[in-house]
Write a protein that binds this ligand. Structure first.
Ligand SMILES: [Zn+2]
Length: 449
């Protein structure tokens, strides 16, 4: 692992590499969450609520975690013995999806492969599409922050790193502003916002955001369409929207989802960033418990990260024409369109919004043959069944306030690995979503839109 990192930062010299070694060594001593007795089960049921509240809770209390649910099945993590009992008593129809969670977690961590600091592969870190070691593995927060600095140094005329706040745990929350700096030539320049990592454990959303960022920069001046997109559009990338949570998912609990902010309950820190925005923020019971995985923070923008983004967007980016928004999550291979908070609310310009969503799905399909479903965000959130379930999301907030076109992308896979997608999928997912982004750019630059 250290070999990789040292090589990655050969440009930054030994100081940076040494710093990384220290950070990694300290964090290795922390206690880590242990999931060795648990599995992830796909239970086939039309009634997720009954499964969770009437069958699972009475047996295990809060010792379970719903990974995903829809009107056909529920993916849930819980202890083997408890599940066996629950399944037997209720005659559940199910399949084991992740049988060894600890092994699956280990598979998402960088391996020990060593590289020579002076090898050619490093020389190509930012120079070629294929030779970049960075996307061999998921990268921790320190590595990503240093990589972003390296990116800014490599592309000074295109990239500006903007730290919009320091998180409660002292990490920078970075926005990467990509601009060909020709605003005078394009007074009406539109801006696309892309965010990853609102939920800490969804690592593929972080790597995919970074992948798209890098491809855009590498192809500028090389690829005709990309050059056109970058000359005509500005981009704001937020690769790690939840730095504290992401850091904790590396060194404390791989399956952590929320941020790490203190709540009213000491043993239950963390606010769900994707419930913390002010548009249709949900006051219902479902999201008011600090120990819930979807805790809404008690008030809109209670989370430091979403508050900082709101102020940044309304402040120094207040006059930007935010035209597009893509919010990356995992998992389920879906493209979600607004609104999340309610299925009654009809999105504006619905026909074109659908055309856009299906266009993205087609771009993915033509790249890797993966079929992403186009779904209303309210259905995915369950707010068609339980009103308020999808309130306070980044998608609705951006769509309502600033972005003419906004979608949430739930990346791979469909459940075999769930949140624990192995790193060999980083590049394929990067390629397919980058293709979707290119379609998105073309759509937004269509003068009729
Ligand atoms: Zn998510």
């Amino acid at each position: 692992m250290f070999g990789n990192i040292s090589i990655l930062f050969a440009h930054l010299g030994f100081a940076a590499a040494a710093l990384l070694r220290v950070c990694a060594a300290v964090s290795a001593e922390e206690d880590k969450a242990d999931y060795s007795g648990d599995q992830v089960y796909r239970v086939f049921t039309h009634n997720a609520s009954a499964l969770v509240h009437d069958m699972i809770r009475p047996v295990v209390g809060s010792q379970y975690d719903v990974w995903m649910q829809n009107d056909k099945f529920v993916d849930v993590r819980l202890g083997r013995d408890a599940f066996a009992e629950i399944a037997r008593e209720n005659s559940l129809e199910y399949e084991v999806y992740v049988s060894d969670i600890e092994a699956a977690i280990r598979d998402t961590m960088p391996g020990n492969s060593q590289y020579d600091v002076n090898s050619d592969s490093m020389q190509h870190a930012f120079g070629s599409y294929g030779g970049d070691l960075f996307f061999d593995e998921y990268r921790d927060l320190h590595t990503i922050d240093l990589w972003l600095q390296l990116l800014e140094q490599t592309y000074p005329s295109l990239v500006k790193l903007e730290q919009i706040t320091t998180t409660p745990e002292g990490h920078p929350l970075n926005v990467v502003h990509v601009s060909a700096q020709n605003t005078e030539a394009n007074p009406d320049k539109k801006t696309i916002v892309i965010s990853g990592g609102l939920h800490a454990r969804e690592w593929i959303s972080v790597s995919t955001t970074l992948f798209m960022l890098q491809r855009l920069l590498q192809e500028y001046g090389q690829d005709k369409s990309t050059t056109h997109y970058l000359d005509s559009l500005d981009f704001l990338f937020i690769p790690v929207f939840n730095p504290d949570g992401y850091e904790y998912s590396w060194h404390g609990d791989r399956l952590w989802r929320k941020n790490r902010q203190a709540t009213g309950v000491e043993q239950c820190p963390g606010i769900d960033l994707d419930r913390s925005f002010n548009y249709e923020w949900d006051e219902s019971e479902a999201h008011e418990y600090p120990c819930s995985e979807s805790y809404n923070g008690g008030a809109p923008f209670a989370a430091a990260e979403t508050k900082a983004w709101h102020e940044y967007l309304g402040g120094i980016k207040g006059d930007y024409r935010i035209f597009g928004y893509l919010d990356l999550h995992s998992y389920s291979e879906e493209i979600l369109y607004p609104y999340g908070y309610s299925c009654e609310a009809v999105p504006r310009d619905f026909e074109n919004l659908l055309e856009l969503a299906f266009g993205l799905a087609k771009a993915v399909r033509l790249t890797t043959r993966k079929n992403y479903d186009v779904v209303a965000a309210c259905k995915d959130a369950g707010s068609d069944l339980t009103p308020g379930m999808g309130g306070g999301s980044a998608l609705d907030y951006m769509y309502h306030n600033r972005a003419r076109w906004a979608l949430q992308l739930k990346l791979r896979d469909t459940g075999s690995h769930g949140f624990l997608l192995p790193p060999k999928f980083i590049r394929p997912v990067g390629h397919e979503i980058y293709a979707a982004l290119r379609y998105f750019c073309g759509f937004i630059l269509n003068p009729e839109m």
